[in-house]
Design a protein around this ligand. Structure first.
Ligand SMILES: C[S@@+](CC[C@H](N)C(=O)[O-])C[C@H]1O[C@@H](n2cnc3c(N)ncnc32)[C@H](O)[C@@H]1O
Length: 208
């Protein structure tokens, strides 16, 4: 699915998104969103911010936050959420593969459940490293290909349908892709047979 298709898909689903992910997401992610929020500090950027499901977990360590997404429909929901929470936030429509920010602009750059959909995740990860300060932090909460083969088999089988329907790929190895993009992975946790990962990375490293 191309960028226009992804944007349309999420615009169409924006008002249903929270209800759709609903309970399944607690079961799948456990406390990963809470940890994600706690890792966002200083001047922050959340890529593919969507409807803002991470925002309730942000702490007072966030000085201000930029939220970027392709879908203005999703960001409208996030904007309402940020206003209810009283978060210092601004929203920018844009593509994760070409971030409209200068080098080293943010202390923390985070992304959750969006690199599965970005057409070129390696390019997006390079962009995240570019806009992160050298001593800053990159936080990745993503679903990836499981290391357990029966699960991986299922994920591979489901990907063609899922990618055609909503642009999402179950078969990505996003943490490896981050390493290839030059990020230095400092910690990584896995849940649900290794499908869900929470990784903390630094922008420095040598691109492969
Ligand atoms: C599955 S939703 C996840 C939303 C949110 N991060 C969350 O954890 O609930 C994927 C989001 O990524 C956005 N997205 C997909 N491709 C993108 C791209 N190339 N640039 C920016 N946002 C993108 C979609 O519009 C959508 O809001």
């Amino acid at each position: 699915m191309n960028i226009q298709g992804i944007r349309r898909t999420y615009d169409d689903r924006a008002r249903r998104y929270d209800a759709t992910v609903g309970r399944a997401e607690n079961l799948m992610l456990g406390d990963f969103r809470r940890q994600f929020g706690a890792l966002m500090v200083g001047e922050t950027l959340e890529i593919g911010v969507g409807s803002g499901l991470n925002l309730p977990w942000y702490t007072a360590s966030v000085r201000w936050c930029a939220g970027l997404d392709l879908s203005t429909g999703m960001m409208d929901v996030a904007r309402e959420r940020a206003a209810r929470l009283g978060l210092p936030m601004r929203f920018v429509q844009g593509d994760a593969q070409h971030l409209p920010f200068p080098d080293g602009a943010f202390d923390t750059v985070g992304v959750s459940l969006a690199l599965c959909t970005v057409p070129n995740p390696e390019q997006a990860l390079r962009e995240m490293a570019r806009v992160c300060r050298p001593a800053g932090r990159i936080v990745l909460l993503e679903h990836v290909l499981s290391p357990y083969w029966p699960v991986a088999l299922l994920e591979r089988a489901m990907t063609p349908l899922q990618s055609r329907a909503i642009g999402c790929h179950f078969d990505r190895e996003t943490i490896e892709t981050a390493r290839r993009a030059g990020l230095r992975i400092e910690s990584e946790q896995a849940r649900r047979l290794g499908v869900f990962r929470l990784a903390v990375a630094r922008p420095g490293g040598s691109p492969g």
